[in-house]
Design a protein around this ligand. Structure first.
Ligand SMILES: [Zn+2]
Length: 112
C-alpha cells in the first residue's frame, strides 16, 4: 500500500492527499494557475531588466558625452570632471561671498 502524504497546496492553500512525495500542488487547475503566475513573474523580471539596461545605457551615454566634451576641451576625463566640479563650487562660493559682503555693508550702515 502506498504511503499517503497530506500537503498544503502552494497555490490555493488547501490541504490535499497525495501518494507522490514531491507533489506540492493539489490539482491541474492550481498547477495551471501557478504556471501563469510564474510566467507573469518572469515577464515582470524581464521588464525590470529592460529598465536597468535603459538606465545603464543612459549612464553610459552621459559618460560618453562628458568624455567627448573633455576631449574637445583638451582635458582628461578626470580633469574635466574636476573643472566642472570647481565651476559649480565656485558659483556657490561666489554667491556666499556676495551674501557675506551684503551683510557686511548693512552692518557698516548700522554702525555709522
Ligand atoms: Zn490547490
Amino acid at each position: 500500500m502506498d504511503k499517503i502524504y497530506v500537503r498544503t497546496c502552494l497555490v490555493c492553500g488547501e490541504l490535499f492527499e497525495t501518494n507522490e512525495s514531491r507533489r506540492k500542488i493539489c490539482s491541474e487547475g492550481c498547477y495551471n494557475t501557478r504556471k501563469i503566475s510564474y510566467r507573469q513573474r518572469s515577464y515582470i523580471n524581464q521588464k525590470i531588466n529592460m529598465r536597468n539596461t535603459v538606465e545603464k545605457q543612459e549612464r553610459e551615454r552621459l559618460f560618453n558625452e562628458k568624455l567627448k566634451k573633455a576631449k574637445e576641451a583638451n582635458l582628461t576625463y578626470g580633469k574635466y570632471v574636476a573643472k566642472i566640479y570647481l565651476e559649480t563650487h565656485e558659483t556657490i562660493k561666489e554667491r556666499l561671498e556676495k551674501e557675506k559682503n551684503g551683510k557686511t555693508i548693512r552692518d557698516n550702515d548700522e554702525g555709522e
